[in-house]
Design a protein around this ligand. Structure first.
Ligand code: N01
Length: 550
C-alpha cells in the first residue's frame, strides 16, 4: 500500500482548479469514497468524484425497496483500512439494512472529510481520452467539462435497473416501480392489489414485506429459486465485543476466503460425507442461516452430484414449509444448481405463500403477454387486476452502467465496440486502448462473487499503488497489452468452466437477463484470495502485462 502523506500532487498539468484534476472518480458508493480517500489523502492528488445521486451510498442510495437488506454479515460488510473506524462503528443487526449502511457511509464520508470533493446530482454523460494531451475529457449533464489524467469508474456492478420491455406498460393506469429505483418516501401498499415480477435476491426479500400490508400480492415467477433463511436479528453485546477484539483475525479470514466472507469453505466433500451426517450439517446450516450454507462442503459448486444434495435439501424444506402442494411444487421446480445463480437468503419468503392474500403465478408455463391499463394478461388469457406493479427484475449487471456512458479510448474507440463480444479487459481493471482508465470491481474481477467491500478495498488499493508507482517512476500512462487481455479473458472463462456457475443459463452473471447482451460469464470465479495474489504478483513484477510509458 502506498504510504500516507507521500504527496506527488501537481506533477502533471492538472491543478484541481474546478475543471482539471489529477483524477476523476465516477460514483460515491463504497468504491468511490475509498478511492477518493486513497488518491487525495495518501497520494496527495487533486481528485473529484462525480455522483448522479444526491448523496453517498451508491447501490444503497437507490435500493430502498421493502425488505432490502444486505446479505453479507454486517461485521464484514464494511471497510477495514482504518482500525479506528472499525473500533468506533457499532453495527446493530446481523445484516444491515439500507438506513444503517447509509448512516455508516455518511459517517465515513464525514469522518474523512470526503464530501467536499464530491459533486452530487451530476451524471457523467461522456468520457473521451485525448491522446495528445494524455487526458480524459469528461462531460456531465450539468454542462460541466472536466479533465483528468486518471479516470476511475466506481459505478458498482448492479446500478442500471432492468425494466423488461413488456408491451403495454405505458398504458398501465396504476403505479409501477423498479426495486433499484425505489422512491425515497416509500410506497403505501395498504388496500392495493400488487403484482411483483421477479424472484431473485431482491424479489425474495421484497415479497414478504409487501404481503404484510397489500390487500393482495401476486408473485410472477419465471424461474423458481433456492433460498436459505437469513435469520437476521440484533447483534448481542458479546458479539459486538468479539468483533472489536478480533478485528485483525476477521480481516485475515475475509481476505483468505474464496468469497470474502468471514468464514472459510469447509474442506469436507458432500459426497464423501455419510448421508445422515450430511443432512445434519445442512440442517445446522439452515438453522444458523445465511450464506454460510454454501460453505458447508467444498464441492457444492464444482460437482453436480454434490450440489444435488444441497439442492434437494432446500427443495424438501420448501415442500415442508409451503402448505399448498401445488404452490410448493412450483416453488421447488428449480432448474439450475444451487448457488449457480446468486443464492438469495430470506426472511419468511416461502412462508409468505401460506398467506391468504398471496398467490404464486407461474409465468414459465403461462408467460406474460402484455400489461393492460388494469393489470397483467397472460398468454392463456388469464388476467390479474393490479393497482401496483413492482419490477424486481434486476439489473444490466456489471457492464450496464459502464456502457451507458459514452466512454471512448484512443482514436475515439467506443467501449461498447471494444466490448461488442463481451467485456474484454485485464484483471477486470483495465481495457486495452483505454489508457489510465481503471475500473473498480469491473467484469473480469471477482466482484459480485465476493463480499463487495472486500473486493473493493483490494481493487482501490491496487489502483492507488499503480498510480503511485507511475508517479514515482516518472511514467504517465498505463494500459494492458492485447496479449495480456487475451490471456486474462481465457483465464476468466477457464475459472468459470470448472464450476457449475455457467449452468444457470438465465443468470445475470452471463448477461442473460438482457436480450441484446453477449452471453459471457463476466465475474472471475477463481476466488478472491487467489485473485488477490495474482494482482499482487503482477504488481511486484513491474506490472507485467501492462504497458507503462512516459
Ligand atoms: O435481480 P436478478 P435481483 N419477465 O437478476 C426475473 C444483488 N442483491 O435484483 O431468472 C419475467 O437476480 C428473473 O427471472 P429469470 C445480488 O447480487 C444483493 O433479484 O431471468 N421475469 C429473476 O427472477 C443479486 O443477484 C442483495 O427467469 C423477469 C428476477 O426477475 C443481484 O442484486 C439484495 C423478467 C431478477 O433477478 C440482482 O438481484 C438483493 C421478465 N422480462 C440483490 N426479467 C444484498 O443483500 C427478469 N425477470 C446484498
Amino acid at each position: 500500500m502506498a504510504t500516507p502523506g507521500n504527496s506527488t500532487a501537481g506533477l502533471d498539468s492538472s491543478s484541481g482548479d474546478g475543471h482539471n484534476f489529477d483524477a476523476l472518480i465516477i460514483g460515491a458508493g463504497f468504491s468511490g469514497l475509498y478511492q477518493l480517500l486513497c488518491l487525495r489523502d495518501r497520494l496527495g492528488l487533486s481528485v473529484k468524484v462525480l455522483e448522479v445521486a444526491g448523496g453517498v451510498g451508491g447501490t444503497w442510495y437507490w435500493n430502498r425497496y421493502p425488505g432490502a437488506r444486505c446479505d453479507s454479515e454486517s461485521h464484514s460488510y464494511c471497510y477495514t483500512f482504518s482500525e479506528e473506524l472499525v473500533r468506533e462503528w457499532e453495527w446493530s443487526e446481523r445484516y444491515p439494512g439500507p438506513p444503517e449502511i447509509l448512516r455508516y457511509l455518511n459517517h465515513v464520508a464525514d469522518r474523512f472529510d470526503l464530501k467536499r470533493d464530491i459533486r452530487f446530482n451530476t451524471r457523467v454523460v461522456s468520457a473521451h481520452y485525448d491522446k495528445t494531451a494524455n487526458l480524459w475529457r469528461v462531460v456531465t449533464d450539468t454542462g460541466g467539462a472536466l479533465t483528468a489524467q486518471f479516470l476511475i469508474t466506481a459505478v458498482g456492478c448492479l446500478s442500471s435497473a432492468n425494466v423488461p420491455d413488456i408491451p403495454g406498460l405505458e398504458t398501465f393506469e396504476g403505479q409501477w416501480y423498479h426495486t433499484g429505483r425505489w422512491p425515497h418516501q416509500g410506497v403505501d401498499f395498504s388496500g392495493k392489489r400488487v403484482g411483483q415480477i421477479g424472484t431473485g435476491s431482491t424479489g425474495i426479500q421484497a415479497a414478504p414485506v409487501i404481503a404484510e400490508t397489500a390487500a393482495h400480492l401476486a408473485v410472477f415467477q419465471r424461474t423458481a429459486n433456492y433460498s436459505v433463511p437469513a435469520r437476521n436479528g440484533p447483534l448481542t453485546p458479546e458479539f459486538q465485543r468479539y468483533v472489536k477484539e478480533n478485528a485483525a483475525e476477521i480481516r485475515h479470514v475475509t481476505q483468505a476466503s474464496v468469497n470474502g466472507h468471514p468464514w472459510l469453505i469447509a474442506e469436507r466433500s458432500a459426497l464423501e460425507t455419510p448421508t445422515a451426517e450430511r443432512q445434519a450439517l445442512y440442517e445446522e446450516a439452515w438453522q444458523t442461516g445465511g450464506l454460510r450454507f454454501r460453505a458447508m462442503f467444498r464441492d457444492l459448486l464444482t460437482d453436480k452430484k454434490a450440489n444435488d444434495t444441497a439442492a434437494e435439501f432446500i427443495r424438501n424444506k420448501i415442500r415442508e414449509v409451503v402448505k399448498d402442494p401445488a404452490t410448493a411444487a412450483k416453488l421447488a421446480d428449480i432448474d439450475h444448481p444451487y448457488a449457480a445463480k446468486r443464492p438469495p437468503i430470506d426472511t419468511d419468503y416461502f412462508e409468505t405463500f401460506n398467506r391468504n392474500n398471496v398467490e404464486l403465478v407461474d409465468i414459465r408455463s403461462d408467460p406474460i403477454e402484455h400489461i393492460t391499463p388494469h393489470g397483467i394478461k397472460l398468454k392463456s388469457g388469464a388476467t390479474h387486476r393490479l393497482d401496483i406493479i413492482v419490477f424486481a427484475t434486476g439489473f444490466d449487471g456489471m457492464t450496464g452502467s459502464l456502457l451507458r456512458m459514452d466512454i471512448r479510448g484512443r482514436d475515439g474507440l467506443p467501449l461498447s465496440q471494444a466490448w461488442s463480444a463481451g467485456p474484454r479487459n485485464y484483471l477486470g481493471l483495465q481495457v486495452a486502448g483505454f489508457p489510465n482508465l481503471f475500473m473498480v470491481t469491473g467484469p473480469g474481477s471477482p466482484s459480485v462473487l465476493c463480499n463487495m467491500p472486500v473486493a473493493i478495498e483490494q481493487h482501490v488499493e491496487w489502483i492507488t499503488d499503480c498510480i503511485a508507482y507511475l508517479r514515482e517512476h516518472g511514467l504517465k500512462r498505463v494500459e494492458p497489452s492485447e496479449e495480456a487481455v487475451d490471456s486474462w479473458v481465457t483465464r476468466v472463462n477457464d475459472a468459470a468452466s470448472v464450476t457449475l456457475l455457467p449452468q444457470a443459463k438465465h443468470a445475470w452473471y452471463l448477461g442473460a437477463n438482457d436480450p441484446g447482451k453477449p452471453r459471457v460469464f463476466m465475474p472471475y470465479a477463481g476466488g478472491m484470495a487467489h485473485y488477490r495474489k495474482i494482482c499482487a504478483d503482477i504488481a511486484a513484477n513491474n506490472y507485467k502485462g501492462f504497458k507503462l510509458s512516459a
